[in-house]
Design a protein around this ligand. Structure first.
Ligand code: ADP
Ligand code: 2DT
Length: 212
Protein backbone atom coordinates (compact mmCIF):
# COMPACT_ATOMS: atom_id res chain seq x y z
CA UNK A 1 0.00 0.00 0.00
CA UNK A 2 1.25 3.50 -0.86
CA UNK A 3 2.35 5.47 2.18
CA UNK A 4 -0.12 8.01 3.51
CA UNK A 5 0.73 11.56 2.60
CA UNK A 6 1.85 14.20 5.06
CA UNK A 7 -0.18 17.33 5.80
CA UNK A 8 0.65 20.84 4.64
CA UNK A 9 0.20 23.04 7.70
CA UNK A 10 0.69 26.82 7.50
CA UNK A 11 1.01 29.42 10.24
CA UNK A 12 0.18 33.01 9.35
CA UNK A 13 -0.27 36.11 11.45
CA UNK A 14 0.93 39.61 12.11
CA UNK A 15 4.48 40.48 13.06
CA UNK A 16 5.49 39.07 16.52
CA UNK A 17 2.32 36.96 16.81
CA UNK A 18 4.54 33.97 17.58
CA UNK A 19 4.58 32.15 14.23
CA UNK A 20 8.21 31.09 14.35
CA UNK A 21 8.03 30.12 18.05
CA UNK A 22 4.95 27.99 17.40
CA UNK A 23 6.24 26.39 14.18
CA UNK A 24 9.30 25.18 16.07
CA UNK A 25 7.27 23.88 19.01
CA UNK A 26 4.87 22.07 16.72
CA UNK A 27 7.71 20.41 14.82
CA UNK A 28 9.29 19.31 18.12
CA UNK A 29 6.01 17.92 19.44
CA UNK A 30 5.25 16.00 16.24
CA UNK A 31 8.80 14.64 16.16
CA UNK A 32 8.48 13.48 19.76
CA UNK A 33 5.28 11.65 18.92
CA UNK A 34 7.13 9.82 16.15
CA UNK A 35 5.54 11.59 13.18
CA UNK A 36 7.76 12.53 10.24
CA UNK A 37 7.77 16.34 10.06
CA UNK A 38 9.87 19.19 8.70
CA UNK A 39 9.68 22.96 8.94
CA UNK A 40 9.80 25.38 6.03
CA UNK A 41 9.48 29.15 5.87
CA UNK A 42 8.66 31.71 3.23
CA UNK A 43 10.41 33.63 2.00
CA UNK A 44 13.08 30.93 1.82
CA UNK A 45 16.07 33.26 1.74
CA UNK A 46 18.56 30.51 0.87
CA UNK A 47 17.76 30.22 -2.85
CA UNK A 48 18.94 32.60 -5.58
CA UNK A 49 15.46 34.16 -5.73
CA UNK A 50 15.31 34.20 -1.93
CA UNK A 51 18.54 36.18 -1.79
CA UNK A 52 17.05 38.87 -4.04
CA UNK A 53 14.03 39.03 -1.72
CA UNK A 54 16.20 39.12 1.38
CA UNK A 55 18.26 42.06 0.07
CA UNK A 56 15.01 43.88 -0.69
CA UNK A 57 13.58 43.24 2.79
CA UNK A 58 16.85 44.36 4.37
CA UNK A 59 16.63 47.55 2.26
CA UNK A 60 19.94 46.74 0.61
CA UNK A 61 18.24 46.86 -2.79
CA UNK A 62 15.18 48.38 -4.42
CA UNK A 63 12.74 46.34 -6.50
CA UNK A 64 9.63 47.49 -8.29
CA UNK A 65 6.52 46.41 -6.30
CA UNK A 66 5.01 44.05 -8.92
CA UNK A 67 8.42 42.54 -9.51
CA UNK A 68 9.06 41.71 -5.88
CA UNK A 69 5.54 40.29 -5.54
CA UNK A 70 6.26 37.90 -8.41
CA UNK A 71 9.61 36.98 -6.86
CA UNK A 72 7.91 36.04 -3.56
CA UNK A 73 5.53 33.83 -5.57
CA UNK A 74 8.38 32.36 -7.65
CA UNK A 75 10.15 31.55 -4.39
CA UNK A 76 7.18 29.34 -3.46
CA UNK A 77 6.84 27.79 -6.91
CA UNK A 78 10.52 26.86 -7.03
CA UNK A 79 9.96 24.78 -3.88
CA UNK A 80 6.77 23.06 -5.08
CA UNK A 81 8.53 19.93 -6.39
CA UNK A 82 10.22 19.52 -2.99
CA UNK A 83 6.97 20.21 -1.09
CA UNK A 84 5.11 17.59 -3.14
CA UNK A 85 7.91 15.05 -2.77
CA UNK A 86 8.02 15.43 1.02
CA UNK A 87 4.24 15.22 1.38
CA UNK A 88 4.14 12.11 -0.81
CA UNK A 89 6.84 10.57 1.39
CA UNK A 90 4.48 10.98 4.33
CA UNK A 91 6.32 13.97 5.80
CA UNK A 92 4.15 16.67 7.33
CA UNK A 93 5.35 20.19 6.52
CA UNK A 94 4.94 23.02 9.03
CA UNK A 95 5.29 26.26 7.10
CA UNK A 96 6.00 29.74 8.53
CA UNK A 97 4.07 32.08 6.13
CA UNK A 98 2.81 31.14 2.66
CA UNK A 99 0.81 32.67 -0.19
CA UNK A 100 -1.52 34.44 2.27
CA UNK A 101 1.32 36.68 3.43
CA UNK A 102 2.15 37.20 -0.23
CA UNK A 103 -1.33 38.46 -1.08
CA UNK A 104 -1.84 40.40 2.19
CA UNK A 105 1.46 42.29 2.10
CA UNK A 106 1.42 43.36 -1.54
CA UNK A 107 -2.28 44.25 -1.57
CA UNK A 108 -1.64 46.51 1.44
CA UNK A 109 0.45 48.68 -0.90
CA UNK A 110 -1.32 51.48 -2.80
CA UNK A 111 -2.65 50.52 -6.23
CA UNK A 112 -2.81 46.73 -5.71
CA UNK A 113 -6.01 44.70 -5.58
CA UNK A 114 -6.26 41.42 -3.71
CA UNK A 115 -7.26 39.42 -6.79
CA UNK A 116 -4.22 40.50 -8.78
CA UNK A 117 -2.03 39.65 -5.81
CA UNK A 118 -3.50 36.16 -5.40
CA UNK A 119 -3.17 35.24 -9.06
CA UNK A 120 0.47 34.12 -9.31
CA UNK A 121 -0.09 31.71 -6.40
CA UNK A 122 -3.25 30.11 -7.83
CA UNK A 123 -2.64 26.36 -8.08
CA UNK A 124 0.06 26.08 -5.42
CA UNK A 125 -0.25 23.06 -3.13
CA UNK A 126 -3.24 23.90 -0.96
CA UNK A 127 -2.59 23.83 2.78
CA UNK A 128 -4.67 21.31 4.69
CA UNK A 129 -4.79 23.80 7.55
CA UNK A 130 -3.96 27.50 7.90
CA UNK A 131 -3.78 28.83 11.43
CA UNK A 132 -3.94 32.59 11.82
CA UNK A 133 -2.28 33.81 15.00
CA UNK A 134 -4.36 36.79 16.02
CA UNK A 135 -2.69 39.47 18.15
CA UNK A 136 -3.60 43.13 18.64
CA UNK A 137 -1.06 45.80 17.71
CA UNK A 138 -0.89 46.81 21.39
CA UNK A 139 -0.04 43.26 22.49
CA UNK A 140 2.49 42.86 19.69
CA UNK A 141 4.18 46.05 20.88
CA UNK A 142 4.67 44.47 24.32
CA UNK A 143 6.75 41.74 22.64
CA UNK A 144 9.36 44.23 21.47
CA UNK A 145 10.00 46.91 18.91
CA UNK A 146 9.61 46.55 15.18
CA UNK A 147 12.80 45.46 13.46
CA UNK A 148 14.62 47.38 10.78
CA UNK A 149 13.25 45.46 7.78
CA UNK A 150 10.90 46.78 5.16
CA UNK A 151 7.17 46.55 6.09
CA UNK A 152 7.92 46.73 9.83
CA UNK A 153 5.80 49.79 10.66
CA UNK A 154 2.51 49.92 12.56
CA UNK A 155 0.66 51.73 9.74
CA UNK A 156 1.61 49.11 7.15
CA UNK A 157 0.97 46.19 9.53
CA UNK A 158 -2.57 47.51 10.18
CA UNK A 159 -3.25 47.53 6.43
CA UNK A 160 -1.84 43.99 6.18
CA UNK A 161 -4.14 42.81 9.00
CA UNK A 162 -7.18 44.12 7.08
CA UNK A 163 -6.10 42.21 3.98
CA UNK A 164 -5.66 39.02 6.01
CA UNK A 165 -9.21 39.53 7.31
CA UNK A 166 -10.46 39.64 3.72
CA UNK A 167 -8.53 36.48 2.85
CA UNK A 168 -9.95 34.67 5.89
CA UNK A 169 -13.50 35.09 4.56
CA UNK A 170 -12.68 32.54 1.86
CA UNK A 171 -14.36 29.27 2.91
CA UNK A 172 -12.34 27.23 0.40
CA UNK A 173 -9.37 27.49 2.78
CA UNK A 174 -9.36 25.65 6.12
CA UNK A 175 -8.69 28.69 8.34
CA UNK A 176 -8.45 28.35 12.10
CA UNK A 177 -8.16 31.46 14.25
CA UNK A 178 -5.83 31.20 17.21
CA UNK A 179 -5.78 33.72 20.05
CA UNK A 180 -2.05 34.39 20.11
CA UNK A 181 -2.21 36.52 23.27
CA UNK A 182 -2.26 33.37 25.43
CA UNK A 183 0.87 31.79 26.87
CA UNK A 184 3.24 29.98 24.48
CA UNK A 185 2.09 26.65 25.98
CA UNK A 186 -1.64 27.38 25.65
CA UNK A 187 -1.27 28.57 22.06
CA UNK A 188 0.77 25.44 21.33
CA UNK A 189 -1.92 23.13 22.73
CA UNK A 190 -4.53 24.56 20.37
CA UNK A 191 -2.17 24.45 17.41
CA UNK A 192 -1.24 20.85 18.19
CA UNK A 193 -4.90 19.79 18.37
CA UNK A 194 -5.78 21.39 15.03
CA UNK A 195 -2.64 19.95 13.46
CA UNK A 196 -3.30 16.37 14.60
CA UNK A 197 -6.80 16.60 13.14
CA UNK A 198 -5.40 17.93 9.86
CA UNK A 199 -2.76 15.19 9.71
CA UNK A 200 -5.39 12.50 10.25
CA UNK A 201 -7.75 13.97 7.66
CA UNK A 202 -5.11 14.73 5.03
CA UNK A 203 -3.67 11.24 4.90
CA UNK A 204 -6.69 9.92 3.01
CA UNK A 205 -7.24 12.95 0.77
CA UNK A 206 -5.47 14.12 -2.38
CA UNK A 207 -3.48 17.33 -2.09
CA UNK A 208 -5.60 20.28 -3.25
CA UNK A 209 -4.77 23.30 -5.40
CA UNK A 210 -4.89 26.71 -3.75
CA UNK A 211 -7.53 29.26 -4.85
CA UNK A 212 -8.68 27.07 -7.75
P1 ADP B 1 6.68 35.95 14.59
O1 ADP B 1 7.42 34.81 13.93
O2 ADP B 1 5.19 35.82 14.43
O3 ADP B 1 7.16 37.31 14.19
P2 ADP B 1 8.08 35.13 17.00
O4 ADP B 1 7.80 33.69 17.22
O5 ADP B 1 9.41 35.50 16.42
O6 ADP B 1 6.91 35.82 16.17
O7 ADP B 1 7.89 35.84 18.41
C1 ADP B 1 8.07 37.25 18.56
C2 ADP B 1 8.50 37.54 20.00
O8 ADP B 1 7.43 37.28 20.89
C3 ADP B 1 9.68 36.68 20.48
O9 ADP B 1 10.45 37.44 21.36
C4 ADP B 1 8.97 35.54 21.23
O10 ADP B 1 9.78 35.00 22.24
C5 ADP B 1 7.77 36.26 21.83
N1 ADP B 1 6.58 35.40 21.97
C6 ADP B 1 6.16 34.45 21.12
N2 ADP B 1 5.01 33.88 21.56
C7 ADP B 1 4.70 34.51 22.71
C8 ADP B 1 3.61 34.37 23.66
N3 ADP B 1 2.62 33.49 23.47
N4 ADP B 1 3.61 35.17 24.72
C9 ADP B 1 4.60 36.08 24.90
N5 ADP B 1 5.66 36.26 24.09
C10 ADP B 1 5.71 35.48 22.99
P1 2DT C 1 9.96 37.14 7.97
O1 2DT C 1 11.06 36.42 7.24
O2 2DT C 1 10.43 37.80 9.22
O3 2DT C 1 8.72 36.31 8.15
O4 2DT C 1 9.58 38.41 7.07
N1 2DT C 1 6.26 38.71 2.80
C1 2DT C 1 6.35 37.37 3.02
C2 2DT C 1 5.76 39.24 1.61
O5 2DT C 1 5.69 40.45 1.43
N2 2DT C 1 5.34 38.36 0.65
C3 2DT C 1 5.40 37.01 0.83
O6 2DT C 1 5.00 36.26 -0.08
C4 2DT C 1 5.92 36.49 2.07
C5 2DT C 1 6.01 35.01 2.28
C6 2DT C 1 6.21 39.42 5.19
C7 2DT C 1 9.28 38.32 5.76
C8 2DT C 1 8.57 39.59 5.30
O7 2DT C 1 8.16 39.41 3.95
C9 2DT C 1 6.76 39.62 3.83
C10 2DT C 1 7.32 39.87 6.10
Amino acid sequence: MACKRGALIVLEGVDRAGKTTQCKKLVQALEQSGRPVEMMRFPDRTTTIGQLISAYLEKKSELEDHTVHLLFSANRWELVPLIKKKLEQGITLVVDRYAFSGAAFTSAKPGFCLDWCKNPDVGLPKPDLVMFLQLSAAEAALRGQFGEERYETSVFQRAVQQKFEQLMKDPSVNWQMIDASQSVEDVHKQIATHSLNAINTAQNLPLGELWK
